[in-house]
Design a protein around this ligand. Structure first.
Ligand code: SAM
Length: 207
């Protein structure tokens, strides 16, 4: 029931953020995707319209079955070929080592239950010099007051926002997992509550 509710209202909840800049961030970053592409936690498919038509293969991973249903309905609209949808989790990817050129995570690394495991799986399935493209809301490490509020409200937020963590240092975790930052922007995401505004986006290269 809860997963159905999330899938039903997700696009409405995110509309303000999309209109105030998130959609533009997606469009700019996804131009960097190429070859065999894996998107993790793709939700209702907000990134689909921005994939270049030149990519070879697109695999979409989404653990919420209701979101998967929405994805299936969207795919014919974008007339995309070579798409697979898998009801899987980022922490256990059923692919051989070095089988993708690009991995895309947008607003997902906040939600995975084990961040280190998910990043080690991403590193494993990417080819050497493969790209991790990300947009993530993160811990307000340079704003102690906001960081305190993120920590205070995290427990409650996790319950209302499907397991979303408010105070993860995702930038540090990406680097620790063996990636080098090629492009990185730190900016406040507009149209969302203050505890999930601090965000990072960019491209990291598998080292
Ligand atoms: C905030 S939504 C983001 C959806 C989409 N990526 C976007 O940019 O709008 C988080 C998504 O991550 C998915 N998710 C949660 N835990 C996950 C996991 N362990 N592995 C993969 N996806 C996960 C959720 O089902 C949900 O669709």
């Amino acid at each position: 029931m809860y997963q159905w509710l999330v899938s039903k209202f997700y696009d409405n909840i995110m509309k303000d953020a999309e209109d105030k800049g998130l959609r533009d961030w997606r469009q700019m970053l996804l131009k960097n995707s190429s070859g065999d592409v894996l998107e993790l936690g793709c939700g209702t498919g907000a990134n689909l319209e921005f994939y270049p038509s030149t990519i070879k293969r697109l695999v979409l991973i989404e653990p919420n079955l209701h979101m998967c249903q929405k994805l299936k309905e969207k795919i014919p609209v974008y007339k995309m070929n070579n798409i697979e949808i898998l009801n899987d989790k980022a922490e256990h990817l059923s692919f051989a080592d070095a089988s993708f050129d690009t991995v895309v995570c947008t607003l997902v690394l906040c939600s995975v239950s084990n961040l280190e495991k998910a990043l080690s799986e991403i590193h494993r399935i990417l080819r050497p010099k493969g790209k991790l493209i990300f947009i993530e809301h993160v811990a307000a490490t340079n704003n102690p007051k906001r960081y305190r509020w993120q920590r205070r409200l995290e427990f409650l937020w996790k319950h209302i926002a499907a397991g979303c963590h408010t105070a993860r240092n995702t930038e540090e975790a990406i680097i620790k997992a063996g990636f080098n930052m090629l492009e990185l922007s730190r900016q406040s995401m507009r149209g969302v509550p203050p505890i999930v505004r601090p965000s990072i986006r960019g491209v990291a290269i598998r080292g």
